[in-house]
Design a protein around this ligand. Sequence first.
Ligand SMILES: [Zn+2]
Length: 432
Amino acid sequence: MKILFEKANILFHDGTSMKNAYLLTDGAKIAKISAEKPEGGFDRVVNCEKKMLCPGLYNCHAHSPMSIFRGYGENLPLDRWLSEKIWPAEDKLCDANVRLGSMLSIAEMLKNGIVSFSDMYFFSETTVKTVIESGIKANVGRCITAFDPAITAESDSRFNEGVELHKAYHGAAEGRVRIDMSIHAEYTTVESTCRYVSDYAAEHGLGMQLHLSETAKEHAEGIARRNGKTPAEFFLETGVFRVPTTAAHCVHVSDDDIKILAENGVSVAHNPASNLKLGSGIMPLTKLYDAGVNITLGTDGSASNNTLDILKEAYLAALLQKGTTGDTAKFSSAPFVTMATVNGAKAQGRAGAGVIAEGAPADIILIDLNAINTMPYFDLADTFLFAANSANVCLTMVDGKILYENGVLLTIDEEKLKHDFAKMTAEFYRDM
Ligand SMILES: [Zn+2]
């Protein structure tokens, strides 16, 4: 299928732009970008006057089934929120409700211009199936927790689920699905688990997803638990950072930790909304950026955010840096476009993706520039970051297939999904 986007205002991943351009997709790839209309026949022409065409957005930290818990357990700090609300509710999950939870999250993400997400949770095979069915991309990891120091690779059922997931689905759906390994966090793991999980990931070229130094309490308790080593030092020493890792949060990392992250090529997933809502603090983005760390954006789960909206995270990330440093000129808008797009693709091990370029995967979104809140516009990166919101996303294309256009999801029956989800949650919360 050849689709021509004509008269587009293209915003590239580095914040540069091209006005009144033509972009042709052929199958799953971007075939041509030009100032003149390309020759030949097209299956469809999309008029992009008064629209911004940019790379699809990456959500590098999510727990997609947690849409079930949206609004359940508000106004609590992280430790109480987990132990009093989330963990007891998670005991009631099953394949059927996780399927609806993940699909609802995917529907929301596609409408918000997200083309790929990183997910760490359980019932992972069910989530992978919803990814395949919907057409979105995802890196899915079976989240592993372990508390018995004597645990082995053979006896760890969670690890073995992750291995089975890798064998069955890594590279599935023409590469849309990638399987990562996932260690929940320093405070929920033991040394042996870090070693055999990272050995497996290193041996098979897989990525790693984990939570790192999200709260001050967790960071301080980690240092006490590990004989003076910070969580980042603990993961370095147990071999985890040999593996291409995405570390979510990093709110309380030390200057030495930042050096470790930079030297080991660890990507950071910045989740400003979740960190603020749970009272965890503000990630030192400027220090991480200056150290050369690959910074990506994430939403975290719907229970701690409560939306899956990367444009909102980019906006918050930018404002927090200006507000906390008092320096409005340190960052232009461009680095935040980069964080929302190509940095995410890099963290997910998707070489060549996250950009608008000939030969790149056709992962493209259109943003309305003719909306009340986006006019007038000057620099496209500024409009992307400060004016546009997810309601302005009018088209989401993944690997050359349009999955969302003008309010309509094309691979998901939204009304049926909402009906089934409402019925399921009514039953889920009946006795709670
Ligand atoms: Zn998380």
